[in-house]
Design a protein around this ligand. Structure first.
Ligand code: MRU
Length: 335
């Protein structure tokens, strides 16, 4: 089955795949105002750092078409979610372009949003091509969260490597963390791998240690929401625990990081803002309480994996082994 595209610009509005309806229904929302794009990002209708960045770029085009205050729209979109740097990466480019003329050129902004989307397709494909090279023959890969095609405008990052690796006969099986509490692994990654014919098994996040102890995992692949200047990585909560378990068992862990997720202006992982989400994502399931009334929960959506636990960063430029401030500074990043 062909995977649906995460988003589609019609020339007039943005058709956005509502990822909250997956895996059961493929629903596109017609977004005609930048505030709807901001709401879609905040409410997680669109998720996955690269897809969020591209959607935001189209949000700026909608604001320009409507004659809205562009700075207000850009700051409104930027505030939608704090951790994934792809959002600012795309918005800063749109903002520089908007300011370059002294007047708002809607067609120029439309061309730039289209270029940002095309770039995401190109760089995720290049990243996947490099990522295949780190996979051992006949491997069993463990994956966390949501990094497939619908998390990007292209072929995905870590899940894209798994799909391509399976097509070339290198990946034998994928273990998928269900990814508490929003279940991106169970709902999205398992569905994507099923569509692509890759054999996979969903596990609860806490099962990865046992799997590694039993020698059932050859390599761990994850995506990221921001790479700091020293190589520390923000990614979905649970990634840090996974990295610790991987190190303890001698299993390599690679982070797939397109340049749009690399932020050299953030000095290290501790400087990254971690989004904290509502308690009821933990205390309730589908609206029904699972905890006694009054039980409190803490719900950070991301964590920080220190660079020393990362075997390599897979980028569109190649694989950076043992990432460090020096190796990241040497990347040919555009901005
Ligand atoms: O909170 P979400 O669902 O937006 O989190 C998504 C992730 O953390 C992904 O792993 C990350 O954005 C990588 S995207 C290729």
């Amino acid at each position: 089955m062909t995977l649906p595209r995460s988003l589609r610009w019609t020339g007039d509005h943005l058709d956005l795949l509502d990822q909250r309806c997956l895996p059961h229904t493929v629903v596109y929302r017609q977004l005609t105002h930048w505030r709807e794009v901001s709401d879609a990002i905040r409410s997680m209708a669109v998720r996955g750092a690269p897809a969020i960045g591209v959607a935001a770029a189209w949000g700026v085009v909608l604001a320009a078409k409507a004659g809205d205050d562009l700075d207000q729209a850009i700051e409104g979109l930027r505030a939608s979610r704090p951790t994934a740097v792809n959002l600012s990466w795309a918005l800063n480019r749109m903002q520089s372009s908007a300011k370059s003329n002294g007047w708002v050129d809607v067609h120029q902004l439309e061309r730039l949003a289209s270029a940002i989307e095309a770039e995401d397709r190109a760089l995720t494909q290049a990243l996947v091509n490099h990522g295949i090279g780190v996979l051992p023959e006949d491997c069993r890969v463990l994956h966390h969260c949501h990094t497939g095609a619908v998390a990007t405008a292209g072929v995905g990052t870590a899940l894209g490597v798994i799909v391509a690796g399976h097509q070339r006969g290198i990946v034998k099986h994928a273990w998928l963390d269900e990814t508490r509490p929003r279940l991106q692994g169970a709902a999205l990654s398992a569905w994507e791998l099923g569509c692509c014919g890759v054999p996979s098994t969903v596990i609860v996040d806490g099962a990865s240690g046992l799997l590694m102890r039993r020698g059932q995992v050859d390599v761990v692949l994850v995506g990221c929401d921001r790479v700091a200047g020293n190589g520390d990585v923000a990614n979905k909560i649970g990634t840090y625990n996974l990295a610790l378990a991987a190190r303890a068992h001698g299993v390599p862990l690679y982070v797939c990081a397109p340049s749009s997720s690399i932020d050299i202006t953030t000095v290290d992982g501790d400087a990254i803002t971690i989004e904290e989400r509502p308690e009821d994502e933990i205390t309730h399931f589908r609206g029904e309480p699972v905890c006694a009334s009054g039980v409190r929960a803490w719900n950070p959506a991301f964590d920080i994996t220190p660079a020393h636990l990362i075997t390599g960063l897979i980028t569109e430029f190649g694989v950076i082994r043992s990432p460090s401030r020096e190796s990241i500074a040497s990347l040919p990043l555009a901005n």
